[in-house]
Ligand binder design. Sequence first.
Ligand SMILES: NC(=O)c1ccc[n+]([C@@H]2O[C@H](COP(=O)([O-])OP(=O)(O)OC[C@H]3O[C@@H](n4cnc5c(N)ncnc54)[C@H](O)[C@@H]3O)[C@@H](O)[C@H]2O)c1
Length: 439
Amino acid sequence: MKSKSLPQLEEKIKNKMARVGVVGLGYVGLPLALAFSEAGFKVLGVDVEQKSVDSINQGRSYIIDVSSDRLSSVLANRLLEATTDQGKLSEADAICICVPTPLTKTKEPDLSYVIHECEEISKRLKPGQLIILESTTYPGTTREVILPILERSGLRGGSDFYLAYSPERIDPANKQYNIANTPKIVGGINSQSAKVAELLYHQIIDTVVTVSCPEVAEMTKVFENIFRNVNIALVNELAQLCERMKVSVWEVIDAASTKPFGYMPFYPGPGVGGHCTPLDPHYLASKAREYDFHIRFIELAAEINENMPYYTVSRIMEALNDRGRSLSSTSVLVLGVAYKKDTADIRESPSLRLIELLLDRGAKVSYNDPYIPEIQLRQHSLTSVELTEDNLSSADWVVIATAHSCYDLGKIATSSKLVFDTRGVTRGLSNNNVVRLGE
Ligand SMILES: NC(=O)c1ccc[n+]([C@@H]2O[C@H](COP(=O)([O-])OP(=O)(O)OC[C@H]3O[C@@H](n4cnc5c(N)ncnc54)[C@H](O)[C@@H]3O)[C@@H](O)[C@H]2O)c1
């Protein structure tokens, strides 16, 4: 089969005539699809969830960083179409894969979504297509797992079709950094693949950094998340020591942050959540074991961070003990169940673990989260209660687990009997009914 020449695909990209396929329309895929549409490309968004596809086609966004107005505007210009029909991907010149990469129950990489999608693409792969994996994964995935699946089509990677890895760095709810102004890493399986992938991303992103191969791009992504995870673990451990030494970890972090070089702040909390930071390190740890290599920092960071919800509960129990109370006779109102402030994302949220642990120990637990109306735990389902003065004052403890910007901290502190602040956000307040993690 004869391939389309590289210059032909490059021309189509430069003229915005290339059709871009985005597979997996979640936190990563939907903003990406929108960015290409807003740049003037015709975009085909593919997802397995009919509900998501319908919502997009009706101009209703379900992702915090994508407004329904922006969605409606690209739909009106016929620049975006969502579908569950994988067959339509044969019309795309470039396909970005943004499907989930979770862990199995035993914390091994679960590449089943990526593999399934590549099998779908392989069935209808066309000469000249550019395939880019954006999902986070371990180094080696693009060349060892994806390339062989795509080559089952009978086409050769790097000449008949182009293949690259380009990790997504999106930070949901970040008002300063978005797709356009966050530099994008690209690694192709050969120079042609890298060149055309770089050209594509240049249409929507200010800075594209091309590295020598997909393995470097893959390792870069997991390293970035491991760096974050390890530093959060370090500060979580420091917070525990600070408590014993009666030193405020928050004040220490503020002071250290005045150093203009060689330091960047990370903050303690009730644990680490989200789809990336707690999960991605396991991708590298698992791959490393193939090389008889154990990355001890990853294990250590997981141990410290995963213990933080337990530690938070033990602090609450200690404070109750000081007041001659036990957890089993206590009502606790947990504020914020999203893993990150100002988002509606509860994946791996430490607040959920915290609530489960409090329930396991007999506490009567309620929660408020303006973004999450209900939560399903192992044995319980709970509905968000309103943040009224009555609800605040009737709880024995109010725990600030995720400090959404809309929370009125003054009202929370004055209306509540006792507040346990896991995020250090009440520091400006003079109320003496507040106990803080790390102090
Ligand atoms: N969320 C983040 O902040 C973030 C940041 C950087 C990287 N990542 C990585 O990006 C990838 C996607 O993450 P996400 O947060 O967007 O996940 P998500 O769960 O929000 O979205 C994934 C979407 O893929 C769809 N899907 C699953 N299998 C599919 C298939 N075979 N075909 C089409 N659609 C399919 C799901 O229905 C879902 O809508 C993961 O590898 C993640 O680690 C996420």
